[in-house]
Design a protein around this ligand. Structure first.
Ligand SMILES: CC(C)(COP(=O)(O)OP(=O)(O)OC[C@H]1O[C@@H](n2cnc3c(N)ncnc32)[C@H](O)[C@@H]1OP(=O)(O)O)[C@@H](O)C(=O)NCCC(=O)NCCS
Length: 164
């Protein structure tokens, strides 16, 4: 899709980021969160990011149509070389290349920041996400069976990893 640009998110973008995310909270197993994220929660999340853990977004004609982030994989210090990624595309802009643009940019940023690998924890029923990550070089390193339950269904979590 032409006319898409990527940039670092700012605090002004948090309502748009939350709106994109909360659609999936309500309608999808893409996230195991069950209650929409509030504005203060999103502000705290953003404050915990910063230059080491970028938050980026895709824009088209002045509208935010997707976002992605790198986060700490684990709070313990020795996990520092490892990050976890998130990518969410606005539900009315799916399958137009936005997710691939965002994840490609996150991989480049993770390399520049000196991380050693990226982990994606993906609900195994989310085929678009599994396929996107596989396309960009992530491979399955683990499958946790029936660790989630949403919409009255047991859900497996697939861990995919890309060495950088
Ligand atoms: C997963 C997600 C980010 C993909 O973004 P997208 O912009 O729709 O995907 P793209 O158009 O960039 O497609 C890139 C690749 O993803 C895969 N893909 C995307 N949509 C797909 C679909 N409906 N079915 C199967 N594979 C799909 C394909 O491999 C595709 O490459 P191809 O076009 O050469 O086949 C998007 O579906 C999304 O936001 N899902 C909900 C949130 C989520 O699951 N996020 C991931 C959690 S980390």
């Amino acid at each position: 899709m032409p006319g898409i640009s990527l940039r670092a998110a700012t605090a002004h973008d948090l309502p748009a980021i939350n709106a994109i995310y909360n659609h999936y909270v309500i309608h999808s197993t893409a996230t195991y969160q069950e209650e929409p994220a509030t504005a203060p929660e999103r502000e705290a999340w953003y404050a915990a990011h910063g230059t080491e853990y970028p938050v980026i977004l895709a824009e088209r004609m002045g509208e935010v149509i997707g976002w992605g982030s790198l986060s700490r994989f684990h709070a313990r210090a020795a996990y520092r070389p490892t990050v976890e990624n998130s990518v969410y595309v606005r539900h009315d802009h799916l399958a137009r290349g936005v997710g691939q643009l965002l994840l490609t940019d996150l991989i480049a940023r993770a390399r520049e920041l000196g991380y050693h690998s990226i982990i994606a924890g993906i609900s195994a029923d989310q085929e678009p996400s599994v396929r996107l990550h596989a396309k960009l070089g992530f491979t399955q390193v683990g499958l946790l069976r029936e660790v989630g339950r949403k919409f009255d269904r047991w859900l497996d979590v697939m861990y995919m990893q890309k060495m950088l």
